[in-house]
Design a protein around this ligand. Structure first.
Ligand code: FMN
Ligand code: SF4
Length: 436
């Protein structure tokens, strides 16, 4: 796999110039800190040198057409088509909110922090383009309160833009608690409307009635950075015709840390892992705690391009890739992640409050070899009962993980049911899981 490092002398205003969002590979500790190891934050002056001036003349209709051509989907994990979201808000009278979601609640992910700590102006350009296109009166960037390195980088960038008098509403930096669910869109809308930062079931889409009942366009920060590049007419892939599928950021869990890298859409996820991890894994957790376990043989061929991955029935989610070495126990790892997801519940809906806890307890018991065949049926039944029943999609992610455990580690599940725990069950845990 080749990771492109753009030359700062490259003219960035040519449509054929590569538009890589990250200046280089960015490394983070394996767990516990959102601060990148050795980064330099691009100033407004440097940003303008690399990317050209703020594209104030990007016509809103032309920009949406370009977003359609690039098939840009949201990088917050759900991959909703960006142009469709924009059209929903643009059909309103405006006067609402543009929100950059930088909460990055998924503990394994570091791509948003990488972007915000190296190229904050690219994200803020995207936020302001979204605000201008939707005639929003407010621009907000939403973060975890504990994201101190990211906050510092953004505060400086916002001050620089104010001094330079760049277009767009005044940008507010607002933080919420450091919890898994703080980045879920309805939790963000709730919090910005003065309520608790918890998900809620919303009858109307936030494009129509979001923060304080006003039209709201909310995007993940990587999505906004990509929009800022596309608005400049930059080739989103760096190597094919304008209008091609964009590159994407991935966070790869390695034995020594987490590495954020940007890869071309014609790369496979197998190439991505092989370039970061020496040992061939047995399986890979794709998409984080609410994602899927995928057996290595199948994982290798998944394309990095989301539309191509979806053709194979897969999704790259928010770009989290966590390989599980051959000496790990997929069941024990799943049990620990499910415990975390159960602890993270906002405790408002029955399936989430009671169901996730019951499932997490059962999977942890399975890892210890304490379950029989009847319990497996019970687990399967709980899964069917919980899936799709929460007020938000939090329990769905947990059930997706559980379903993928049954398929990816089918032989291990059977062995745990028949013979008890495997040797790996007493060994070290390989996927970092914080306390909720
Ligand atoms: C449980 C849960 C947690 C989420 N956490 C985040 C998060 O931390 N950051 C984020 O950008 N999106 C998160 N999302 C997705 C958001 O709800 C929303 O779809 C996304 O921010 C929209 O941006 P996009 O259109 O650019 O993808 C989460 C979704 C769920 C169901
Ligand atoms: S499903 Fe869970 S997290 Fe989502 S609204 Fe219900 S209790 Fe809250």
């Amino acid at each position: 796999m080749s990771t492109h490092v753009p030359s700062f002398t490259e003219p960035a205003d040519r449509p054929t110039a590569p538009a890589w969002l990250l200046p280089t590979i960015i490394r983070f500790p394996r767990a516990g800190s959102e601060g990148a190891q050795r980064t330099a934050t691009e100033s407004l002056f440097e940003h303008t040198e690399v990317w050209g001036a703020f594209p104030a003349d990007a016509g809103r209709e032309q920009l949406v057409d370009e977003l359609v051509r690039c098939k840009l989907t949201g990088r917050g994990g759900g991959h909703f088509p960006v142009a469709r979201k924009w059209r929903g808000v643009m059909a309103t009278a405006g006067g609402g909110y543009a929100v950059a979601n930088g909460a990055e609640g998924e503990p394994l992910s570091a791509k948003d922090a990488a972007l915000l700590q190296t190229r904050p102006h690219l994200v803020l350009d995207g936020l302001q383009l979204a605000a201008i296109a939707t005639r929003a009166e407010h621009s907000v960037i939403w973060l975890h309160a504990g994201a101190t390195a990211t906050r510092a980088s953004l505060a400086k960038a916002i001050a620089e833009r104010r001094v330079a008098g760049l277009p767009g509403p005044h940008i507010q930096l607002i933080t919420g608690p450091d919890r898994y669910l703080t980045g879920e869109s309805s939790a963000v809308v709730n919090a910005l409307s003065g309520g608790p930062p918890l998900p809620t079931f919303r009858r109307k889409h936030s494009s129509e009635s979001g923060v304080n009942g006003a039209p709201t366009l909310l995007h993940n920060v990587e999505t906004l950075a990509r929009i800022a590049a596309i608005a400049r007419g930059l080739d989103p892939t760096g190597h094919v015709e304008r209008g091609g599928i964009p590159s994407a950021l991935f966070t790869v869990l390695t034995p020594t840390g987490r590495t954020v890298t940007e890869i071309r859409p014609d790369t496979t996820l197998g190439q991505l892992v092989n370039s970061h991890v020496a040992e061939t894994p047995q399986a890979v957790l794709l998409g984080g705690y609410g994602g899927n376990w995928v057996p290595w043989a199948e994982f290798q061929a998944i394309p990095a391009s989301e539309p191509a991955a979806q053709l194979q029935g897969r999704s790259t989610g928010a770009g989290i890739v966590a390989p599980l070495p051959t000496d790990g126990c997929g069941i024990a790892e799943t049990g620990r992640i499910l415990e975390y997801l159960a602890d993270s519940s906002a405790r408002q809906c029955g399936p989430c409050l009671f169901g996730l806890r019951a499932v997490a307890d059962l999977v942890s018991a399975l890892a210890r070899g304490e379950l029989g065949r009847a319990d497996r049926k019970r687990l399967e039944r709980y899964r069917a009962e919980i899936d799709g029943r929460g007020g938000c999609h939090h329990p769905d992610g947990a059930m997706r993980l559980l379903a993928s455990m049954f398929t990816t580690f089918a032989v291990d599940v059977d062995l745990h049911l028949r013979r008890g725990p495997c040797r790996a069950d007493t060994g070290p845990r390989l996927i970092p899981v914080p306390s909720a």
